[in-house]
Design a protein around this ligand. Structure first.
Ligand SMILES: C=CC1=C(C)c2cc3[nH]c(cc4nc(cc5[nH]c(cc1n2)c(C)c5CCC(=O)O)C(CCC(=O)O)=C4C)c(C)c3C=C
Ligand SMILES: [Fe+2]
Ligand SMILES: [Fe+2]
Length: 343
């Protein structure tokens, strides 16, 4: 019997340093997130980052936490519940990090007789630190604990016409009462090194501004190409004016160079250029989370206004909107009935 495994990133159990620390430990000790040799990773994460970051992150989480829990988890649960109503096969939700593990979710599915699983990493774009780590972890868990199930993975859906349509419609809805001077598409950043590491040709991705628009097999795994493509497709779908739309990258950690331009610098630049009314789209995420609700909706607003901006609007992610659930349900039903992955 077929079933669906949705996987998102995961959150700590509560917004306290006690719960944030083990969550960050699991997250940052992932070799696809901090990709340095294990000994160095141990030193960097446990010896340096985890000494101060849990307290700082817990404070940020406390600002956005809901009565029911972490927004990312609650929204993912609502999405899962709605998807169940639109499909006639079992659907389970797991998280890459934290207590809602992939193993528990697969247990839930196999307990209902499932032996053919569609794995859906809840990320539109491919990055080794998001999509790839979910796939690798799910395969490890499958091999070790569920050797009799078959896993099929939904590809990154960053340019799927269905996805672009619902994303565009939700952006149009968000812009309805907002006269903007500029729309910034702010995506989660990654270290530039990860782009080169994920390039199967080993020479295509030069991060020089042009490689991402020259057709290449490297684009299957190039996060930078994929996010720019999402921006361009939404721009075309909505007929957004040239010159009023740009792309940037948020949430970097100190250390190596990350993808540029950096979102916080862009807030300042745009305000100084006289863009008074700014809308921000966070399309690297399908559900709102710490990085959208705190970093963009709260901190970003302050940064933009401090630099001279006047009106600021964060456009919510797709979350559990009916239109987005329907798109996912169509993909699932296509796979269930016709063995076709429409993405
Ligand atoms: C879009 C997908 C994501 C990519 C790619 C990604 C890369 C990446 N992230 C970190 C470090 C942190 N990210 C944190 C939070 C966080 N990251 C994503 C998504 C991607 N990360 C989400 C959805 C969230 C929010 C989770 C939530 O509970 O709401 C955090 C934790 C918070 C903090 O302390 O800032 C860290 C740390 C790295 C290093 C990285 C690529 C190398
Ligand atoms: Fe992140
Ligand atoms: Fe590229």
């Amino acid at each position: 019997m077929k079933g669906v495994l949705l996987v998102n990133l995961g959150s700590p159990d509560s917004p306290t340093p006690k719960d944030v620390k083990p969550y960050l430990d699991e997250f940052l000790m992932d070799e696809r997130v901090i990709d340095v040799p294990k000994l160095l990773r141990n030193l960097l994460v446990r010896g340096i980052i985890l000494q101060t970051r849990p307290k700082k992150s817990a404070k940020a989480y406390a600002k956005i936490w809901w009565d029911e829990g972490s927004p990312l988890v609650v929204i993912s649960e609502r999405f899962t519940a709605k998807l169940r109503q639109h499909t006639n096969i079992p659907v389970a939700l797991g998280m890459r990090y934290g207590s809602m593990s992939i193993q528990k979710a697969l247990q839930e599915l196999t307990g209902q007789g499932v032996d053919e699983v569609l794995l859906v990493p809840l990320y539109p774009h491919y990055a080794m630190s998001s999509y790839e780590t979910v796939v690798v972890k799910a395969m490890e868990v499958q091999k070790k604990h569920f050797p009799n199930i078959e896993l099929t993975t939904l590809p990154a859906f960053y340019k799927s016409p269905d996805y672009i349509r619902v994303l565009s419609e939700s952006i149009a809805e968000g812009l309805k009462d907002f006269e903007y001077d500029h729309i910034l598409f702010s995506y989660h950043g990654i270290p530039e090194r990860h782009i080169r590491k994920s390039d199967p040709t080993s020479y295509h991705c030069k991060i020089d501004g042009s490689c991402c628009s020259v057709n290449s097999v490297a684009h299957h795994t190039c996060y930078r190409h994929q996010v720019y493509e999402t921006t361009e497709l939404v721009k075309a779908h909505l007929g957004l004016p040239e010159g009023k739309v740009s792309t940037s990258f948020q949430s970097r950690l100190a250390g190596d160079p990350w993808l540029k331009p950096y979102t916080d610098y862009e807030f300042e630049r745009l305000a100084k250029e006289g863009k008074k009314r700014l809308a921000v789209v966070t399309a690297a995420f399908v559900s709102d989370c710490l990085e959208t609700l705190e970093e963009i909706a709260m901190e970003g607003k302050e940064q933009f206004e401090e630099a001279g901006g006047e009106q600021y609007k964060h456009i919510p992610c797709l979350n559990d909107s009916d239109a987005w659930v329907q798109v996912m349900a169509n993909w699932v039903n296509e796979w269930q009935q016709n063995e076709v992955l429409p993405v």
